[in-house]
Ligand binder design. Structure first.
Ligand code: NAD
Length: 380
């Protein structure tokens, strides 16, 4: 069993999700690689207590990421910090020779992303990927396999998105994710967009142009100190793109939709592919249900619903009839990262987001900002 010794930089919401995944690694079967969490870093030391209580392998807790990166005990880093810090920290991590799973959007803007990718080229010995866990839902993986097998025929349209409603309440106090300085000008696109783009980009459905409609709905929020603060970031974004299917060469409309104010949605990730021979839909609101419509010339057109259960890319102890959820997707994503680090891309059926895919994401979101500002179609 190969052990990859990890450090976490950014011990907030997502840092804890990773620590929890490490703690239940025994859930996965037949792997010859495992992560061990040895170091944590956050500028807020109050967060260390939870890790100390739950992570027996911890050797170092520090407020200075340079101290962690100097440690010979750390092979790889999960970095989950606000977007304005991605470029400087990711560059330091790879320059220190540590492997990296970084968070999206992988740089606050296109310039920051380009700096990160230049640092990767200067340090080719490190394995670097970006986080995106929703495509590891079993139904999503089934759609990927159908696309790879050319089952859809001519693709008519693809709709992918991530919608939530955590900003519905205008009285919710502001945090860094609603401030351009920390979150970036992309707003909800930078927060949610990589999840929606991961599968389309991996399947080669790269946008060729974009026409974007962006909405700022809540203009100010309580600042937590009795006053109000401007809420500057885009709440909702709909990007209508032209994409080409590499299997047929044909163009089709690809819609990428990211919303923070979507009534009733709690992290609803969805992917719908409509084709002349087959259509498939998955929506995480119904986490085990895959909808499929197969069509042969003149035949009936009937949607079929199939409950998939725990049919995962990486085998686990959970019986195949049980349900799959968010923290299971996190565990599968980490299995993909660790197995690819240890054995290369051929060893994983579907891998984490590649650095070049993060660059395509930045190209799209930068174009979307221009498209909305100027009310025009922007070519990529
Ligand atoms: N994959 C997903 O589903 C998902 C979900 C939410 C957030 N994210 C991404 O994860 C990243 C972090 O988001 P979060 O929700 O965990 O945020 P968070 O605010 O909960 O955690 C960020 C942490 O970074 C720490 N930090 C700030 N500056 C630091 C520094 N210089 N050194 C060390 N620590 C520092 C903060 O103190 C905080 O604890 C973002 O890029 C976000 O887009 C991903």
């Amino acid at each position: 069993m190969r052990t990859i010794r990890f450090g976490i930089i950014g011990c907030g919401l997502m840092g804890r999700e990773f620590a929890s995944a490490v703690g239940r690694w025994g859930h996965l079967l037949d792997l010859d690689v495992k992560p061990e969490l040895v170091a944590i870093c956050d500028t807020n030391p109050a967060l260390f207590e939870w890790y100390r209580a739950h992570v027996p392998t911890l050797k170092l807790a520090t407020q200075d990421h340079r101290e962690m990166l100097a440690s010979k005990d750390v092979d790889a880093v999960y970095c989950a910090v606000p977007h304005n810090l991605h470029a400087s920290l990711y560059k330091d991590i790879v320059a220190a020779g540590k492997h990296l799973l970084g968070e999206k959007p992988f740089g606050i803007d296109a310039a920051a992303n380009a700096e990160i990718l230049a640092a990767l080229r200067a340090n080719p010995g490190v394995f670097v990927r970006c986080s995106s866990e929703f495509p590891f839902f079993p139904c999503a993986q089934r759609i990927v396999k159908a696309a790879q097998a050319g089952r859809f025929g001519t693709i008519l349209e693809v709709n992918a998105g991530l919608h939530h409603s955590s900003d519905m309440d205008p009285q919710k106090p502001i945090n860094w994710k609603r401030m351009v300085k920390f979150n970036g000008a992309y707003g909800c696109m930078g927060d949610l967009g990589m999840h929606a783009l991961h599968i389309p980009l991996r399947l080669g459905w790269k946008p060729k142009d974009v026409r974007a409609v962006l909405s700022k709905i809540v203009k100010e929020r309580p600042d937590g100190k009795g006053g109000m603060a401007p809420c500057e970031t885009w709440d909702n974004a709909t990007l209508l793109c032209t994409a080409a299917d590499p299997k047929t060469g044909g163009d089709f409309p690809l819609t990428i939709s990211t919303k923070r104010i979507s009534p009733g949605d709690t992290n609803t990730w969805f992917l719908s592919v409509k084709g002349t021979r087959c259509s498939m839909e998955f929506n995480s609101r119904y986490p085990k249900t895959l909808r499929t419509l197969d069509y042969t010339s003149g035949g009936e057109q009937a949607w079929r619903e199939e409950d998939l259960g725990y049919q995962t890319a990486f085998k686990s102890i959970t019986g195949h009839i049980f349900e799959f959820g968010f923290s299971d997707a996190i565990l599968q994503m980490w299995a993909a990262y660790c197995v690819e680090l240890a054995h290369g891309a051929e060893a994983v059926p579907f891998g984490c987001v590649k650095p070049e895919e993060t660059a395509w994401q930045h190209e799209l979101f930068t174009a979307a900002l221009a498209s909305h500002a100027e009310g025009k179609v922007v070519r990529l």
